[in-house]
Design a protein around this ligand. Sequence first.
Ligand code: WT7
Length: 676
Amino acid sequence: MSDNHVTGPPVLADSSGHGDALENLMHENRRFSPSDEFISGAVAGPGLHAEAEKDRPGFWARQARELLSWDRDFTQALDWTDPPFAKWFVDGQINAAYNALDRHVENGLGDRVAIYFEGEPGDTRTYTYARLTEEVKKAANAFESLGVTKGDRVAVYLPMIPEAVITMLACARIGAVHSVVFGGFSADALRNRIEDAQAKLVITSDGTYRRGKPSALKPAVDEALKAEGHTVGHVLVVRRNNEPVAWTEGRDLWWEDTVDAASAEHIPVGHDSEQPLFILYTSGTTGKPKGILHTTGGYLTQTAYTHQNVFDLKPDTDVYWCTADIGWVTGHSYVTYGPLVNGASILIYEGTPDSPHQGRWWELVEKYKVSILYTAPTAIRTFMKWGREIPAKYDLSSIRVLGSVGEPINPEAWMWYREVIGSNAGKHGEQKDNPAPIVDTWWQTETGAIMIAPLPGVTATKPGSAQTPLPGIVADVVDENGQSVSNGHGGYLVIREPWPSMLRGIWGDPERFKETYWSRFQDMYFAGDGAKKDEDGDIWLLGRVDDVMNVSGHRLSTTEIESALVSHPSVAEAAVVGAADETTGQAVVAFVILRGTAAEDHDIVRTLREHVGKEIGPIAKPKTILVVPELPKTRSGKIMRRLLQDLAEGREAGDSSTLADAGIMGTITESLKKGV
Ligand code: WT7
């Protein structure tokens, strides 16, 4: 199946996970204009759009030169002579780590806090820019001493601790390409990613803390490297929770013996603007995750630009907290690169929001005086469920900008975010006259940085809409034939012009890159999302139109989970759908046909959930597994997931006239009632 396969008309399929959300969205007409006070101090003014429209490459060139320090200036902003392979800031040379670190120290900001770290057990560390620079220099020397050179791949399997950021920047400094693998992925998933990228070095930790208990990470690395024939020479292990670990002599090294002991002198060299910076794997519509490749100059330009303008960053006074894990692109662009290149003070928190109590995040906001908070709708909906009296116990008055990312935010969650978090002016119930603006930011692993979002001092915001392509970005909504739809209509979201932080390809698979993103519509990037333009021309995102699910803002592939299920000996066939879920947006629901006597096994559902956890990772475990005698298929044998989605969401199954066997939905419904 091709990657850009479209399963249904986006404007009809409400995959936003909120029942009649689409209907409701179209009646949403609240507007919130920025306050005069916010406008007068805002980083981004209304002139930005006009400037970008006049000369887009020139606009980006200005951003690149103003936001970054180049070792060698570029001669051309964009080379688009071989689409879809773009080159940005041609001939330029730049070092990402120098831009995120050394230059701030050289500019007299060495004492500014770069990272406030709070571990789940409550331990804290503070890194100034001077200290962080030193740590990164040591790590760069250590990696080089382990034989890592420019272009080599380094796999990173770490929890949310400062060493994760240090590792990314140390790789960038020496021109090595990091491939961060989310700590919630299984040993199998880690092995596949290490193999695909042919990583030379793996960086991990003994473990982390999760809900008050130590949890292990290194065993997954040991398991992933059990088979012969891998490319990994060394495993560097950060000591985090002091749990005992197995040790392979000659291969495994402690961070403290290697990095801490290394020299703190390291001179950065400029790398080509198109030097690969990182690979990040993400689920597509086939079973095999795609290694999304990002390069240096363009990526840094757009992450820094968006971080500054969308969050209205004032680096000398703000404390910025993006709650994403570094295992996802948000953790790359808006924990590490954007903020540090901009010289911001960031907060990193290791643990879960409910440990040791459900007010932990708000306690952190109060303690560190967080002024910019960037999180996901699924978190907001969880806090809604826990109750508004919890955040009300804390002083959140420091907050002045709120961000949302990862999935469509339903207006109800948006309003709660504004009223409960953005209006809190102290723990005694005081309310702000001018609540913090909310920026709903649409983008993807592939786009590298934010593409569609309000500008907080410019845009009158609408609850539930990402609204406007940023200055410099040309996004549109088109119909089946690639024609721009008129206001009030829906279709497919596309990007019409190249942008600096665009993916440069899929690691090792240029054909799949073209096929997935550039073949559905001519000369346009196809994002895989359905969208609608409202009467003002503002964009509303409606969820994926392909076989990709979005669970808690994390991307999962139906096909990948189906493959995991059928790899179990008890499963004959499987079909997976994302069903609307109040908290997580979508939830994984699997329909399986069992083999032989497996149906008599009372534990089969649990066994299969565990199996998926082992194959992919705990995040991919189906919330519900339904055992069925048959699956609905078309005459050509394609599973009609739409009908299964109807069942999973408790609806009467829709039009089944194209099924090979018209009676099948009745059989399935009957069997589910009986509980086969
Ligand atoms: C998919 C990308 C971008 C970082 C986190 C996810 C959905 C993302 C929004 C938003 C509606 C959104 C889209 C997109 N998405 N942000 N603000 N409104 N949908 O990155 O894992 O690459 O997933 O997330 O469906 O295609 P990702």
